[in-house]
Write a new protein. Structure first.
Length: 79
């Protein structure tokens, strides 16, 4: 089954009840056009046991919520 989301959290589970929150979905980077992903690292099972355990770094061109060209797209919704 295809699941829409950011690679970690399915879109259906990502939001609170719409009566209490605003849905903000950023689908692509305004600079690279790349899809927006959850993070710039891949969590490992060791992260569940130790929050300071290393994760697997993803390529430099991997766009995520903290990438240049993406922050401005979602940060404008913070009040």
């Amino acid at each position: 089954k295809d699941v829409t989301g950011d690679g970690i959290v399915p879109l259906d589970l990502a939001f609170l009840d719409e009566s209490h929150s605003r849905r903000v979905v950023v689908e692509s980077c305004s600079i690279t056009g790349g899809k927006v992903r959850h993070a710039h690292v891949l969590p490992t099972p060791w992260n569940l046991l130790d929050g300071y355990a290393g994760s697997i770094a993803l390529p430099e061109d991997f766009t995520w919520y903290g990438s240049e060209g993406i922050i401005d797209d979602w940060a404008q919704h913070i009040q």
